[in-house]
Design a protein around this ligand. Structure first.
Ligand code: PLP
Length: 285
């Protein structure tokens, strides 16, 4: 049975209840995080909490627990739910109001919810064993504040569904200028002639923590060149390799886009080199 955290208590999932007047439920008015944990070790804990605090500040939710309090919640969830491969989901909504009114209410305590869910084992950096992703593409129709990790995910859900209905594992998104933004729940990358490129941080993409860790590791190592720059969809279709990253999958190699092969249709050497470095370095974050 899964043990979850709700407003200062650990309770069985079945006993965790929130009001239908919670603004998270009515408006998607909240911020969330997903932190991966492998055999009891969290990856990127500090940058995940920093991103959540940035999001809360940006949407005017006055709530900032000390980092150690969040660590205690995460570690408790890991202990209570088995130290396997877990995603630790953290969620702070603006809280439960007495009426449905759009303006931020005064004097309402945020609702804090956290639970652990199973994620796949971390990828083994071996291109013969790696699962190749298939993705579809569609125009990015979300809002212009995609840097906020908002719980209002309907835009992302609809984009993910686009790929899902076509038998794809993810959906790559492009803006009105035919430029790659990200995927419905991942950041996106191309590799051309050994150089890794990913769109720059702005309001069109989430500042992914896997992205941050990966770029930092690659730059410090220096063996693979990295660029943050605008990428057109023509470049995506002409790339040697395409990857997507997120906390629950690390670096996923894409082998097919809209039914067309990426490169030779196999998982690439640069992916293997990057995932090797990521596997070795991720616990330093
Ligand atoms: N982009 C979007 C839209 C996401 O939802 C996510 C993760 O959920 C990511 C990127 C990857 O972020 P992270 O690496 O922090 O998991």
């Amino acid at each position: 049975m899964s043990i979850v955290f709700l407003n200062d208590s650990f309770v069985p999932m079945e006993e965790a209840k929130i009001s239908p007047m919670d603004r998270g439920f009515l408006f998607g008015d909240g911020i969330y995080e997903v932190i991966p944990s492998y055999e009891g070790m969290l990856v990127g804990f500090a940058p995940h909490i920093e991103r959540m605090n940035n999001g809360l500040r940006e949407i005017g939710i006055d709530f900032a627990w000390p980092v150690e309090k969040w660590r205690e919640v995460c570690e408790n969830l890991i202990e209570k739910n088995g130290r396997g491969n877990l995603g630790i989901y953290l969620h702070v909504s603006r809280g439960t109001d007495s009426k449905r009114f759009h303006a931020y209410p005064e004097g309402v305590a945020p609702t804090v919810f956290a639970f652990a869910f199973d994620i796949p084992a971390a990828p083994v950096a071996d291109k013969t064993l790696a699962k190749g992703y298939k993705v579809s593409t569609t125009r990015d129709l979300r809002w212009e504040r995609c840097h906020i990790k908002s719980t209002a995910l309907l835009g992302n859900v609809m984009h993910f569904q686009h790929g899902f209905e076509r038998g794809a594992n993810e959906t790559l998104l492009f803006n009105a200028n035919n430029e790659l933004t990200e995927a419905s729940a991942c950041n996106a990358y191309i590799v051309k002639d050994g150089v890794v490129a990913t769109p720059p941080l702005d309001n069109q993409i989430l500042p992914g923590i896997t992205r941050f860790i990966l770029l930092d590791i690659l730059r410090k190592n220096g063996s693979i060149k990295v660029e943050e720059r605008i990428i057109t969809m023509d470049e995506v279709f002409a790339a040697d390799e395409v990857w997507v990253t997120s906390s629950s999958k690390e670096i996923a190699p894409v082998v097919e886009i809209d039914g067309k092969k990426v490169g030779n249709g196999e998982v690439g050497d640069v992916w293997q080199a990057a995932q090797t470095l990521y596997s070795a370095g991720k616990h330093n974050y």
